[in-house]
Design a protein. Structure first.
Length: 101
């Protein structure tokens, strides 16, 4: 694979030379190379259960049911110079609460 020395874009092989897709720089091909026109598609995993728990977990006591594990995430709700707000969701009862720093 060759990259353009002017703009950094990937160059495409043509008859005896590489040509930049963005700025039209052309360089001569000095070595043998292998060119594959069709790339194999990689399988993309599909999550069937939209409710799958994908949050990181922490030991935090739920104020509703007292369970000691919760998922958590951060959101920037206030101005950028203030800290983020941490949200928790109980893994037992799904109650959601927040913590400000």
């Amino acid at each position: 694979m060759e990259f353009c020395s002017e703009c950094g874009s990937m160059m495409m092989p043509e008859e005896g030379f590489f040509k930049c897709r963005d700025c039209d720089v052309v360089i001569e091909i000095k070595e043998d190379y292998t060119y594959t026109e069709n790339q194999e598609d990689n399988e993309i995993p599909v999550i069937e259960d939209g409710n799958a728990n994908v949050l990181p977990t922490i030991e935090e006591e739920c104020p509703e049911c007292g369970h000691n594990k919760a998922g958590w995430w951060l959101r920037q709700l206030r101005s950028a110079d203030e800290s983020e707000t941490r949200f928790f969701r109980c893994l037992e009862c799904q109650f959601t609460w927040r913590e400000y720093d």
